[in-house]
Design a protein around this ligand. Sequence first.
Ligand SMILES: *[C@@H]1O[C@H](CO)[C@@H](O)[C@H](O)[C@H]1NC(C)=O
Length: 316
Amino acid sequence: MPASKLTTLFVLTNALLGTAFAASSAGCTANKALPNGQTPGGDTVKVAFTQSDGTARDYLIHIPSTYVSTTPAELIFSFHGHTVDASNQESTSQFSNPKFNPNGIAVYPQGKGDSWQGAPYADKGVNDIEFVKDMISHFKESYCIDTSKIYASGMSNGGGFTATLACDSSVNILIAAFAPVSGAYYIDSSTCTPTAIKIPCDKGDRIVPVIEFHGDADPTIPYGGEKKNKECLPEVSHWVRSWSSRDGLGLENQTTHDMYKGKVTRSKFPKDSSDPSFGTVQHYKTAGLGHTWPTTDSAGYDATPIIMEFFGNYTL
Ligand SMILES: *[C@@H]1O[C@H](CO)[C@@H](O)[C@H](O)[C@H]1NC(C)=O
């Protein structure tokens, strides 16, 4: 059979089976019970977990009220910052809030020593990328997951780790889109020119969707970058442009000024809004905002629904 006929057959088969079937995980089985007394719309539960190298871990999980074992659900990871924990990240990012995330399972993994791989202060012996892969395998088995709709977000060190996942071709093939907030994008380099430093990244062949939020008054991870903890933090817009460039979207963007009472400058890449890839890389720069997850209180807008809308545009 010629390749074109095969392709047609494949497309037809997929269309007949429906996308829900195509993306559903092994856990999509009628009447399959949720683990650990978890209930749809119930309290967030802390779960002990052993990663494949034997390391004892844990995470918090929230099941949306709409969850049923035969309908594939989205899965959203939200990684906490350094020195705070998973519970803090749940209240910070609000992915358990049905107002922002009505249908997705929200998971808040706990970092060893309250930190994540890729930062200079993280325990070098901890393989957090493996932890994430192991959790995804577990969630696919034990829950009904839409495997094309797994997403990652995080704050500060957790934002840096979100970027570490985006730059690892062995795990970014499992995660449809990435949303770091006030991310600490440490680069292991003794010299530091924040606006020009080369950012190491092995993203593989995928075009990786990334949305980044940063305050221009962030005292912890400064917008302009700096040498910190003997490593280099890149200037944030340089970091964003590096993603656009890596994704083949060019270095120019469509800029929208003065959003949300003048506080936000949004950059969307590529610049051409008629390009089908328009908006694949986005950046929200918030004037006067510190090292904070944007909320109506802190920034005049909530980042979480913007992240959810962004995630909704991308599937694997
Ligand atoms: C988007 O373009 C504007 C205008 O050239 C520039 O000032 C801004 O830094 C760009 N955004 C990013 C993230 O590079």
